[in-house]
Design a protein around this ligand. Structure first.
Ligand code: PMP
Ligand code: GLN
Length: 378
């Protein structure tokens, strides 16, 4: 067989979830809630099916959902996305990312990714025939803009940004976005902005969406996911917002890769979005979990790194072990009974800093049991 991505192994999320299941470990590795979504949302899917919403929706997505998405974005970020022209419903954030990248880069282009980088960016860029160029964050996981500038060449075509940031939990600032806008304009770059954690930002900080910045918005694909926002990661429904020319390019590919997305869930989410309370309350919901998880971990040997957004907490374990990160994460899973994700896998050339990530999107009882096990770390 002609092998695509010959050097790409199995994603770390599959590896660690399988190991956790095999050893009966508490799975704080792969990011997903272990609690149910709002029954009203689940009921809305059943109702949509009963109402006969079971055939193909329009290629771009159910109109009511596109309208709800555009209205929310425009209210929150002061953008002027048009529901028909600029919003496309996708099979989760992952499809939004790969389709956006294929729409804007091709053979020989370079694409800057900020490392540690979510693991789907690199293969998505390579499959488009382009070259991912990793730029490391600063040691405290801020975007290193001088390093980004230094990595730009005449072949650089696009830049992938992710805020709130998986895996570090950092949140980009207004100044970060201003600098991004300046660089993108100066070098005429497309921006693929992964904002799947847009509604998980703590301590009253605003989410700095590319949609807030007029010049940036004009060259950006904004990607989000309802799986994160509504605790339904298995539904795989998200959206891409982009200005007309970019949306047209996106849809040219989208129509022949997925064509469209599961109809009843789109209707359900559209109806559920009529009430802003669920997504408006998400930051407070996860901030309480973050605070409790951090307070408990502060009594262990694990050193807490800042967590400003997402549902991930990164820790430095070097007081406990000098194992490499992947080995430590596996040891933690098999011997302590708590699965984590090593940050080293989010780099083109693995970095060993003694950092692993825990997902705290879990019931309080699950987190309490995980803490009880982690307290055993001497
Ligand atoms: N981007 C980031 C940063 C993510 O963490 C995830 C999911 N964990 C995705 C994209 C993909 O989202 P989805 O599950 O909707 O495909
Ligand atoms: N995005 C989730 C995480 O970072 C996992 C998604 C997946 O399993 N592909 O944990």
């Amino acid at each position: 067989l002609p092998t695509k991505l010959p050097h790409t192994g199995t994603t770390i999320f599959t590896v660690m979830s399988a190991l956790a299941a095999e050893h009966g470990a508490i799975n704080l590795g792969q990011g997903f809630p272990d609690f149910e979504a709002d029954p009203a949302l689940l009921q809305a899917v059943t109702s949509a099916m009963a109402a006969g919403h079971n055939q193909y929706p329009p290629m771009t997505g159910v109109p009511a959902l596109r309208q709800a998405v555009a209205a929310k974005l425009n209210d929150l970020y002061g953008s002027a996305y048009d529901a028909d022209r600029d919003i496309t419903i996708t099979a989760g954030g992952t499809q939004g990312l790969i389709t956006a990248l294929h729409a804007c880069v091709g053979a020989g282009d370079e694409v800057i990714i900020i490392e540690p980088a979510y693991d789907s960016y690199d293969p998505a860029i390579r499959l488009a025939g382009a070259v991912p160029v990793g730029v490391a964050m600063t040691p405290d996981y801020r975007i290193d803009w001088p390093a980004v500038r230094a990595a730009i060449t005449p072949r650089t075509r696009a830049l992938v940004i992710n805020t709130p940031h998986n895996p570090s939990g950092r949140v980009a600032t207004h100044d970060d976005l201003i600098e991004l806008e300046r660089i993108a304009e100066q070098h005429d770059l497309f921006v693929v902005s992964d904002e799947v954690y847009e509604h998980m930002v703590f301590d009253e900080a605003p989410h700095q969406s590319v949609a807030r910045f007029a010049a940036l918005r004009e060259r950006s694909f904004l990607i989000s996911s309802f799986g994160k926002t509504f605790h339904v990661t298995g539904w795989k429904v998200g959206f891409v917002a982009a200005p007309p020319a970019l949306s047209a390019a996106f849809r040219r590919l989208h129509q022949y890769t997925v064509f469209t997305v599961h109809t009843p869930t789109q209707h359900a989410i559209a109806a559920y979005l009529a009430d802003p309370a669920p997504w408006q309350g998400l930051s407070a919901f996860y901030q309480a979990k973050r605070d409790a998880f951090r307070a408990a971990l502060s009594h262990t040997q694990l050193k807490l790194l800042p967590c400003e957004g997402t549902y991930f907490q990164t820790v430095d374990y070097r007081a406990v072990s000098d194992l490499p990160e992947l080995d430590f994460a596996k040891w933690l899973t098999t011997e302590i009974g708590v699965a984590a994700i090593p940050l080293s896998v989010f780099y083109q050339r693995p970095q060993e800093r003694g950092h692993v990530r825990f997902c705290f999107a879990k019931r309080d009882t699950t987190l309490a049991e995980a803490i009880r096990r982690l307290e055993k770390l001497a």
